[in-house]
Design a protein around this ligand. Sequence first.
Ligand code: UD1
Length: 359
Amino acid sequence: MSVVSIVGARPQYIKLAPLHSELQKLKIKHQVINTGQHYDYRMAGVFFEDLQLPKPNIDLEVGSDEAGIMTAKILRGCTKALRKLKPTLAIVYGDTNSTLGGALAAAQAGIPLVHVEAGLRCHDMRVAEELNRAITDRVSNYLMAPTDDAIKNLKSEGITGRIWKTGDLLYDVVRRSLPPEAKQREILTDLGLISQKFILITLHRSDSVDDREKLSRLVQMLAQIGEPALFPIHPRTAKRLRHFGLTKKLHMNKNIRVCQPTGYHEMLSLAANARVIATDSGGLQREAYFLKTPCLLLREVTEWVEIVKSRGSMVVGFDLQRFKRGMHKQRFNFSNRSLCLAGASHRIARHLADILTGL
Ligand code: UD1
């Protein structure tokens, strides 16, 4: 009996850590297929080091390509890898092309499939991640849903797989990985930053950065920032800024320091100490909530509706006025404890053990 995790992008690497530990405690054999969707050291290798992740059993090295071609390569690679590893159960995480390619490969091979972070919806099928999530849920046998809203979404779509509410695995990741305060201070000092006196910016979604008009508006919004800001830049965003001739415009605001993508410990330290986070990331939005840092969402829709409803983050989209208001908004709230349920990794591992026993 064994389970295989299919991962390939930054947000998936970080979620492997707590689940791998729990599976080890339960003495469940856990193998890993790394699709290699992310391949730069700063996008992949650093997470294996920072979080002491298990070495993948198979590396597919698919690299980058347009979504359809990348997904096809992942499907093909995972099909062969699954044939070789012969797992009893396959697990996919989140909503990337690696999630969808891995899910299709397992479903076609008749391997029971588990989707971790099932049921999240932003209700806009034009968003690449929404397509990946919705199809993955449809072909999954076991759905690990983080929240009540996620369960409602699955039920309303008539999803037939077995559903559990597990809480958010990312909460466990943050609890395990947030460096102690002295280390956080050291990280900030190295970056020349003072706690609560800087803005943290991240941007990477194809939906926001691949569109000239939207990216140009985002740069205009960032031009308003009148205090120190750090912008660890995703390779996709750096390429797009160059392609659309916007790099110079971004650099005109001397308050913003652009740097390479950071490791996970650095990112959590930044998120915990920023005055405000401005981001289009689903993961960072939740990390901000767990760390009680106000978050402005640089996208028009989110699959983490509960955080917005609880007033932990504010959707500003691509609107300059909303961005300005958000920067000085006082009343953010972080008291919805149902979003901070510890132990998702333990619950997921226990469900996996039960599933394996029943197969
Ligand atoms: C992917 C996920 C997104 C997730 C994000 C986390 C999909 C559809 N999107 O987006 O949901 O939030 O990962 O980061 O799967 N690149 C590099 N080096 C790398 C990886 C990528 O230079 O190590 C470049 C590629 O050449 C490409 C661009 O970044 O041009 C985008 O990479 P891609 O993997 O397509 O998607 P992400 O934008 O990272």
